[in-house]
Design a protein around this ligand. Structure first.
Ligand code: ZN
Length: 178
């Protein structure tokens, strides 16, 4: 494949480790998205999947449904730092583990994650129960005490039970309110 063909496949997101805070903020605010979706969109930023985005937002103490254009300068700093340190932590961790033994199952979930895959378990930082927002075939995990000021965010399973008009997807959350 020629370089041009490769470039057409590259979704075009920024690389975290070769970007500074300004470039990071610029990329994430091109559109006003929820943090969860902005972080996991490969056209915006490269290499952050569902699991790492949960871990990054937990480390940054930010709600997954905060809109990127509403972040304050200190919050941008926290998010940028958390993104780099979280990715670096997991790169190092997998490197060490790969040396010890080849992992039998490579899954997105890992025991030592703080929020991701820990629904119903205590937050390692504050002990609060980790919550989730479910949508389609995925879910977002977060700590209400560390990330949302104690607020439990709408969950599809829960909301169906309540019969309330909760957003079903993160796309819906981002849709302009009328
Ligand atoms: Zn917590």
């Amino acid at each position: 494949m020629g370089e041009e063909a490769l470039r057409s496949v590259d979704p075009g997101g920024i690389e975290v480790f070769s970007s500074d805070l300004d470039a990071f903020r610029a990329a994430l605010t091109v559109e006003n998205r929820t943090l969860k979706r902005a972080l996991t969109d490969p056209r915006i930023i490269s290499g952050i999947g569902n699991a790492y985005s949960d871990e990054i937002l937990h480390a940054a103490r930010l709600s997954p449904i905060r809109l990127t254009r509403n972040l304050t300068p200190p919050e941008w700093k926290r998010l940028f730092t958390a993104t780099r340190t979280t990715l670096q932590l997991w790169i190092d961790r997998f490197r060490t583990e790969a040396k010890a033994k080849f992992p039998e199952h490579v899954t997105a979930f890992h025991d030592e994650m703080a929020a991701h895959g820990r629904y119903g378990k205590p937050c390692p930082t504050c002990g609060e129960t980790i919550r989730r927002i479910r949508y389609a075939d995925n879910e977002t995990n977060y700590c209400p005490r560390c990330q949302t000021g104690g607020k439990i965010l709408a969950d599809r399973g829960l909301s169906r039970l309540l019969g309330a008009d909760w957003p079903r997807t993160l796309e819906e959350l981002e849709a302009p309110k009328r």
